[in-house]
Design a protein. Structure first.
Length: 278
């Protein structure tokens, strides 16, 4: 979910308030870098034999996966509300994300899809870079400026830009609406290439049986936005996917289940491969 307003379940609000009130953060693992509690680290696929490399179509490519919000964000309001550069505008570092009505967190959904996607891409030979490397209530972040810049040439010493970026989210809209939508930047930079990646991603999700959003984008399931740091600051082809509406019962069932998470990941892996090796 991408709205500025934090959306929390009642249970999460209680837990968050209780936690902050108890001033327990001293018990929490502290950030080791200044721009987020969970530093992104590149993870490389295991070395493969020549035969395996020939069978791995994404060998030599680097793909950034951004699993959105850290699970602990609701516990760190000061850190995640801190304004950061979001590409010509300033926005909060991050938000809490949304959840299903039963309290299954967006952070956990995106994390599980991201891990499955990472495995699938590595199996195809890709090097995968994650914007966060764990899903824990003890951590916060990553800020939108980090999520936006990760993979850019020159950022954190990168001498070659990553090939594409997929930012994974679940939406928190009115319960009656369902379906996925894909967001690409409306700004300068990799606009054209991101638009193509957006269309390929939409097709890949439909191929796996997912329906276009019924509540936004006029049935196209494609949206351009210029107010999102993750898109504004990225200089590589980037899509942000709202894979479903977590407040909708049918979408929530798919998003909660291992089978549904696997199907989402397969669609996104197909999108990456379809874009890089059509
Ligand atoms: Zn989100």
């Amino acid at each position: 979910m991408l709205r500025a307003a934090a959306v929390l379940t009642a249970a999460a609000l209680v837990a968050s308030a209780a936690y902050v009130g108890a001033s327990a953060p001293t018990a929490i693992a502290r950030p080791t870098v200044s721009d987020g509690a969970d530093p992104a680290t590149p993870t490389t696929g295991s070395p493969a034999s020549p035969a395996a490399r020939a069978a791995a179509p994404l060998t030599g490519t680097t793909i950034v996966i951004d699993p959105g919000h850290q699970l602990g964000n609701s516990r760190f309001p000061r850190q995640i509300n801190r304004p950061v550069d979001a590409g010509g505008i300033r926005k909060a570092c991050n938000t809490t994300g949304t959840a299903t009505n039963a309290g299954f967190a967006e952070a956990t959904f995106t994390w599980r899809v991201a891990k499955r996607l990472r495995s699938m891409l590595r199996a195809r030979g890709a090097t995968v870079v994650m914007t966060r490397t764990r899903n824990s209530r003890a951590f916060w972040g990553p800020c939108v400026d980090v999520r936006g810049k990760l993979g850019n040439m020159g950022y954190r010493g990168r001498t070659r830009a990553a090939d594409l970026k997929i930012s994974i989210h679940g939406d928190g809209a009115a319960a009656s609406g369902r379906g996925f939508h894909v967001i690409v930047t409306g700004k300068r930079g990799a606009v054209v290439r991101s638009a193509r990646l957006g269309r390929i991603t939409r097709a890949a999700l439909e191929d796996r049986g997912f329906r276009r959003s019924t509540y936004t984008a006029g049935g196209t399931a494609l949206v351009r936005r210029s107010d999102l740091g993750t898109l504004n600051l990225s200089r590589i082809p980037t899509v942000m996917v709202e894979l479903g509406n977590m407040r909708n019962a049918r979408d929530a069932r798919a998003m909660r289940s291992a089978a549904g998470q696997r199907r989402y990941a397969r669609a996104l892996a197909s999108a990456a491969q379809g874009y890089l090796h059509p």
